[in-house]
Design a binder for this molecule. Structure first.
Ligand code: HEM
Length: 274
């Protein structure tokens, strides 16, 4: 069985040979004043159809269509090669007209979203693993409200048993909304630990005014603040992965539709009939 590195090398070599052959063919056709637009257009459409079929392959993993890692590798190579095909097809010039500009924009947006997704799918899981153990996205709201209940119960119990109110007042003034509220949309786009640092610093600041029982609860709150912030980080990064895929697939189908329409119109205008 071939190793991953050698499979990668042979896929890259195959892609290079196919693209070089196509580039040679277009150069040869042009030097004899032949047409290349239909040839490069069909190969490009075929490549886009192949890229889109990956969505069906992922929905039907039981089909004997090859392993999912082979599909992903083929997807990435065909996608990268399609950029060269695209450039050949538009003859390295900017497109004109509404339909062609829309098509080029859709292609570029899908391509760029693919590149971004490739980086994110390779880096985000490792970043999340460094923060805490695996957290299932759908369970995050439930875990957050459990944390909020634990923090509230710990503070109430301390106020009740010790009669001291400094921590209780600080909790209702600052920490209650931290534990209860969701993060802003801005945080989802650019997660950061500013709020976590601020909460920990403020808690550290009032720590010296606290009674002994309050200080013990304060230690629990430190841990709960960190845990809550880790959950928010998981939520933001996993949301990013979901949104990326949603956008990448969402662009694929309009791209296919506009590319097919463009091909149809090209045939109609070429000879007046298909
Ligand atoms: C330009 C045309 C492209 C089209 C039409 C396209 C289409 C698709 C489709 C339909 C999926 C399947 C999504 C799913 O069902 O989960 C997908 C996934 C993916 N694509 Fe693309 N793609 C394109 C370009 C790219 C590029 C340029 C890259 C990166 C070099 C890329 C990287 C990926 C990755 C990493 C996945 C997800 C793999 C996974 O999580 O299993 N795509 N793409």
């Amino acid at each position: 069985m071939k190793s991953f590195a050698s499979r990668r090398l042979s896929s890259a070599a195959l892609m290079f040979v196919v693209l070089a052959a196509l580039a040679f063919w277009t150069w040869q056709q042009k030097s004899t004043l032949g047409h290349t637009s239909f040839g490069t257009g069909y190969v490009l459409l075929l490549a886009i159809v192949f890229l889109a079929v990956y969505n069906i392959r992922k929905k039907l993993p039981m089909l004997p269509w090859g392993s999912s890692s082979d599909w992903l590798q083929a997807h990435i190579y065909v996608a990268l090669g399609s950029a060269f095909l695209f450039a050949l097809h538009i003859d390295w010039r900017l497109p004109n007209g509404i339909l062609d500009t829309t098509l080029a924009t859709l292609y570029l947006a899908t391509f760029v979203s693919g590149l971004v997704g490739l980086v994110w799918t390779r880096t985000i899981p490792a970043r999340l693993a460094r923060v805490s153990e695996e957290v299932i996205y759908e369970r995050i709201p439930m875990l957050r409200s459990q944390l909020c209940e634990r923090a509230e119960a710990a503070v109430l119990e301390t106020v009740r048993s010790s009669g001291a109110t400094t921590l209780g007042e600080f909790y209702s003034r600052q920490l209650h909304s931290f534990f209860e509220k969701s993060r802003s949309l801005g945080y989802f786009f650019r997660p950061n630990n500013r709020l976590r640092r601020r909460m920990l610093a403020e808690l550290t600041e009032i720590r010296r005014y606290l009674s002994e029982p309050e200080q013990a609860t304060c230690e629990q709150l430190f841990a709960l603040i960190r845990r809550r912030d880790d959950l928010d980080f998981h939520a933001a990064m996993q949301w990013r992965l979901k949104m990326w895929l949603f956008l990448h697939i969402g662009l694929t189908y309009p791209l296919l539709a506009v590319a097919s329409l463009h091909g149809l119109l090209a045939h109609l205008f070429d000879g007046g009939a298909l």
